[in-house]
Write a protein that binds this ligand. Structure first.
Ligand SMILES: *Cc1c(COP(=O)(O)O)cnc(C)c1O
Length: 338
């Protein structure tokens, strides 16, 4: 029986074609900037997003941290969403390793940060306060693609306020597909973008920070300090090149499958489905708490893996096919009819 894993889009495994690209990769020492495959991936990503330069790193946590360390100095502040990955899920790295103070603000229901609220949190030029330096957005956030007009407003707001603006674009290609624009159009509104190769794009490892040559030079120094200077990393970069070349357009299938799943589950009275207009490859569902405790094991016995809890995120990806969605919906129906 095929295992259907809906816990995250990070669970994908590289297929034969990606593995073959990895096996055949030309490599060199990337700390000497001599790995031709890493260099090719960095140029490919920079060109794709319309930046001067890019830097390959082990994870999105690291590329976001590199961005924070490169934009901000000790005693600076970044404004960020309360539930944002760069605040909540990165171990407090900016504060621990950069002495950078976060100023978290609650996301709006559409995953934007209200710019009037952001403005109220910008610190005055006063020696009592940290120096507000950077605004961080996330796209997609909780699977939602931010509206394009919002990105334009946020960019001009940041400019007016003298702030840098960084995008945690772990799933920027999902956002671009949803908004029917290229990722480069989204990227025009930011000074730096971090993107993940190991989410829906299906590579086993890796993220890229894209920005100006000057910022990337700074980030490269921090990457080495963090122990992130990898040597013959071309083997990993080859998977990233394959992912960017072959797995971007097919993200649309993940969005369609998520919509099918949302639709199927909404027929079940006990499940509250929160599927937003802007949703991409994630479906958020609420269960009665007595069911929530029993569901993961019930589903696991039927070859379906989900996270526990009364509010759960179901994520579609490369290794989930349309026929799998039917199986998942049937399993939930079986649970609630039993
Ligand atoms: C996954 C993810 C990251 C990076 O996570 P890593 O596991 O460190 O690669 C960053 N931001 C968001 C929104 C993510 O979902």
């Amino acid at each position: 029986m095929k295992i259907i894993d809906l816990r995250s889009d990070t669970v994908t495994r590289p297929g034969p074609a990606m593995r073959s690209a990895m096996a055949q990769a030309d490599v060199g020492d990337d700390v000497f900037a001599e790995d031709p495959t890493v260099n090719r991936l960095e140029k490919m990503a920079a060109d794709m997003l319309g930046f001067e330069s890019a830097l390959f790193a082990s994870s999105g946590t690291q590329t976001n941290l590199l961005a924070l360390l490169s934009h901000c100095q000790r005693g600076d502040e970044y404004i960020v969403g309360q539930q944002a990955h760069t605040y909540r899920y990165e171990g407090g790295g900016a504060a621990v390793l950069g002495s950078i103070q976060p100023q978290p603000i609650e996301f709006e229901p559409d995953s934007t940060l209200d710019l009037a609220k952001v403005k109220r949190y910008i610190k005055p030029d006063d020696f009592h306060c940290a120096r507000t330096r950077l605004l961080c957005l996330e796209n997609t956030q909780a699977g939602k693609a931010l509206p394009m007009h919002y990105l334009a407003s946020a960019a001009s707001f940041a400019k007016d306020e003298g702030l840098q603006i960084h995008l945690d674009g772990a799933r920027i290609f999902n956002a671009a597909l949803k908004r029917n624009v290229s990722a480069a159009v989204i990227a025009t509104y930011f000074d730096s973008v971090s993107l993940c190769l190991s989410k829906g794009l299906g590579a086993p490892v890796g993220s890229l920070l894209c920005a100006s040559s000057e910022l990337i030079r700074e980030a490269r120094k921090w990457r080495k300090m963090l122990g992130g200077g990898m040597r013959q990393a071309g083997i990993l970069a080859a998977a990233g090149i394959f992912a960017l070349a072959h797995n971007r357009q097919r993200l649309a299938e993940d969005h369609e499958n998520a919509a099918l799943l949302a639709q199927g589950l909404s027929d079940i009275d006990e499940i509250a489905v929160d599927f937003h207009e802007a949703q991409t490859n994630m479906v958020y569902v609420d269960f009665p708490s007595e069911s929530a405790a029993l569901l993961p094991e019930f589903l696991q016995q039927r070859g379906i893996l989900v996270s526990g809890g009364a509010k759960v995120r179901l994520v579609t990806h490369l290794d989930v096919a349309e026929e799998d969605i039917q199986r998942v919906v049937e399993a939930y129906k079986e649970f609630f009819s039993g």
